[in-house]
Structure formats: C-alpha cells, structure tokens
Design a protein around this ligand. Structure first.
Ligand code: ZN
Length: 253
C-alpha cells in the first residue's frame, strides 16, 4: 500500500463537498460471504434459472425450497461487518460520506452503522409481499418455511412472500436506482469499492460521477472496467486500504 497515494486520496475526500461510495461483492467476501459470480462462486453450485422471477411466479413452492437451501449456504455462518464496512461507516459518521450505494444484499453496512445505504439489489434480510408490498423481517419467515409453510404467505393479505432481493429477470428497484444515479451526478469524490465495475447498471454509476468531474477512487483486488478513468486505483485488499483512507481522512494522518 502506497502511503502517499493513501494520503492524496484522503485529501481528495476531505476537500470534497460531497462524497459518494459504491460497494460490490468484494466487500462482502471479506466477511466470508461466498461470491456469486466468481469461478467457484455460488452459481457454479446452483442453477440461476431456479432463482429466476419466472420460476418464482410459476412454482413458488419449488422456488422457496431452493431459496432456503441457498440462504443457508450463503448466510448460514455468523457473518459480521469487516474493517471495510466499518471504515465506510466511520467516514459517514465524520461527515465525509454523503451516500452509499451497495450491490450487496447482506445488510452488513447497516450493521456496521451506515445509516441508509441505497440497496440497488435489495436486502436478503427482508421479504416483500407480492400482494400488499409490505416488507417483513426475513428470519421469522425462513423459520416458517423450514417448518413447512411453503410458499410462505403474508399475514396481512394472504399473498405469497418473496425475498426482498432483485431476482434474475427482474428490474432493479426504480426509486433506488434513481437515487443512486442522482448521487453519482452530484458528487465531488466517488469511492468504488470491491466491485469489478463490469455489470450494468452499477458500473455506470462511477462512470457518471467521473464524467461529471468527480475524483474517482477505486479499491479492488483486480483491475476494473473503469480503472482507466480513476484518479486513484488501489489494487489491494479493501479491508486494508479503506481503514487507512478513513483514518487519514478523519485523523489527518
Ligand atoms: Zn401482503
């Protein structure tokens, strides 16, 4: 890790009026959560077609049986926020991060203390009613599924419950996407963390920011789709670089 570059990136954040961040799978895998798309990711073990919105609509029973299995595989362990989540929460608390967009569905940003992350792929710790659109905590619903209520239904209106995540074949939530885009347009510094920045539309967010003059700071193990646009391109562990940046921003070291 290059100390001078850390200090320079920290200065760009400190001097910015508005700072935004986008986080991807690399921030979750650092907490031990399996990746979806990598070579030995989740979709090598599961068939993505089983988790398609068409399958949910046609066969909610089968969908929920498979979903519970996937949930245990993904979130069966006791996952906790890591140093990258904490560094982002620290930046926000110190007034140096104005909005955080995440592609992750594990809720770890909230656990670390980030106030209201914009969750463009939803949140797996909630379920949504397909009838009345109410949201509920997922764990009690998962428990009902394990006990045989398949598919689980809404206690308010009786319709089928769906995990509150974006399934294959589903549009990203409009409101969240618009918020994420307007945040990108309106920011002086943009941190893109733990994402290969190749999957649209998430990849377009830092691009919009850079095109509108923001300083783009990328932290990812490998080269990304937007590395060429970045002022700072840290190819290193997110749990090392982010705390170093946050520390330099907050404490001026
Ligand atoms: Zn309902």
């Amino acid at each position: 890790m290059n100390e001078q570059e850390i200090a320079a990136a920290a200065e760009a954040i400190r001097e910015a009026d508005t700072v935004a961040a986008l986080t991807g799978a690399g921030v979750s895998t650092a907490s031990g959560i399996p990746d979806f798309r990598s070579e030995d990711g989740i979709w090598t073990e599961y068939d993505p077609n089983d988790f398609h919105i068409r399958r949910f609509r046609a066969d909610p029973e089968g969908f929920w049986d498979d979903r519970i299995e996937l949930v245990e595989d993904l979130f069966g362990g006791n996952f906790e926020p890591n140093a990258a989540h904490e560094a982002l929460a620290e930046l926000e608390a110190a007034g140096h991060l104005d909005g955080l967009v995440t592609q992750n569905v594990d809720g770890l940003h909230q656990q670390a203390g980030t106030e209201e992350p914009i969750e463009i792929h939803g949140n797996g710790q909630r379920v949504a009613c397909t009838g009345c659109n109410r949201r509920f905590e997922a764990d009690p619903v998962f428990e009902r599924v394990r006990e045989g209520e398949v598919p689980p239904t809404c206690e308010q209106c009786g319709e089928v419950l769906k995990p509150d995540v974006v399934l294959f074949g589903e549009q990203l939530p409009k409101h969240e996407l618009l918020s994420a885009q307007s945040l990108s347009k309106d920011t002086d510094a943009y941190l893109a963390v733990g994402s290969s920045l190749t999957v649209e539309p998430a990849a377009s967010l830092p691009r919009i920011a850079a095109k509108n003059g923001a300083t783009l700071i990328i932290v990812n193990l490998d080269s990304t789709g937007l590395s060429g646009l970045a002022e700072f391109d840290f190819r290193a562990d997110v749990t090392e670089v982010l705390p170093a940046i946050a520390d330099a921003v907050v404490n001026g070291t």
